[in-house]
Write a protein that binds this ligand. Structure first.
Ligand code: MLT
Length: 310
């Protein structure tokens, strides 16, 4: 019987599915890399979220490992070249948390438009500063999507429902798909020039790293509000801070940071800056979805060799 280790906190549905499909499963979370190294040799599969780092050292110790399953989208915490070299298949669940992440981006857009975190803090401090907070409507504004894939296309759909105009930069977006989505495809410079709000929905790759560089941030419209629920490293954080301080950037909401967990950060306390601790995928619904998907895919692979989302 194949044996799987679930090493990050995951919805109980995952373990249930493994057992129903004839896969033995242990749920052992919170292990240090050394502790994980000591036990990983027993397992054919490793199911993770974002906490476990599957490094070359872990893979070297994983003498029986055949598959790593990421309950989520990003596989930045897995050393893919080392896994491939050892013949270990790495799978993710690219769809299970797309709606949830798109909704978080929309939530942050509204939080920026109406300065909700600051207004909440002030009201609960007993200040009733009705004159201090003057927001903007999103209706009629232009939302610039950088990345129009699974998550970006859901953001576009919701934004169109809010009567925004949606423009998109995505080299993989075909004109037909842009038409179908109801968005205007354009190059990055045009998007930077036109967007009132910019939201990022692209993985972190050599092509997208620092896509909102100091130079590109300087090309944005004055007062632009920027949202990142995708990956840290897409934005030059120091340039973002400078832009917020100068007032060129009207607001920024980051769910993701270059270095996580971000327990201290130069951006903390900057005017018009909002942050959340990588909560993009954190809803009950999304966590159930990704747990089910990862367990089904891994069990298929271990029991009958079927490969999905590898
Ligand atoms: C993902 O890659 O699925 C999301 O960023 C969620 C996460 O890492 O928890």
């Amino acid at each position: 019987m194949p044996k799987v280790l679930i090493s990050d906190k995951m919805d109980p549905k995952a373990a249930q599915i493994f057992r129903e499909r004839g896969v033995e499963v242990d749920e052992i979370t919170g292990k240090t890399p050394e502790e994980l190294k000591a036990i990983i040799g027993e397992y054919d599969g490793l199911a993770i979220r974002s906490s476990t780092r599957v490094t070359r050292e872990i893979l070297d110790a994983a003498t029986n490992l055949k598959v790593v399953g990421r309950a989520g989208i990003g596989v930045d915490n897995v050393d893919i070249p080392s896994a491939s070299a050892k013949g270990v298949v790495v799978m993710n669940t690219p769809f299970g948390n797309s709606i949830t992440t798109a909704e978080h981006a929309i939530a942050l857009m509204f939080a920026l438009a109406r300065d909700l975190p600051e207004a909440d803090k002030s009201t609960q401090a007993g200040k009733w500063e009705k004159n201090r907070f003057m927001g903007v409507e999103v209706t009629g504004k232009t939302l610039g999507l950088i990345g129009a894939g699974n998550i970006g296309s859901i953001v576009a759909d919701r934004a169109l429902g809010l009567r925004m105009k949606v423009i998109a930069y995505d080299p993989f977006l075909t004109p037909e798909r842009a038409l179908e989505m109801g968005v205007e495809k354009m190059n990055l410079d045009d998007l930077l020039l036109r967007a009132d709000f910019i939201t990022l929905h692209t993985p972190l790759t050599d092509q997208t790293r620092n896509i909102l560089s100091a130079e590109n941030l300087a090309k944005t419209k004055k007062g632009v509000r920027i949202i990142n629920c995708a990956r840290g490293g897409l934005i030059d954080e120091a340039a973002l801070k400078a832009g917020l301080e100068s007032g060129h950037i009207g607001g920024a909401a980051l769910d993701v940071f270059q270095t996580e967990p971000a327990k201290e950060h130069a951006l903390f306390g900057t005017p018009n800056f909002i942050s959340t601790p990588h909560l993009g995928a954190s809803t009950t619904e999304a966590q159930v979805n990704v747990a089910i998907q990862v367990a089904e895919q891994m069990a298929d692979f271990l029991v009958s060799g079927g490969v999905t989302n590898a």
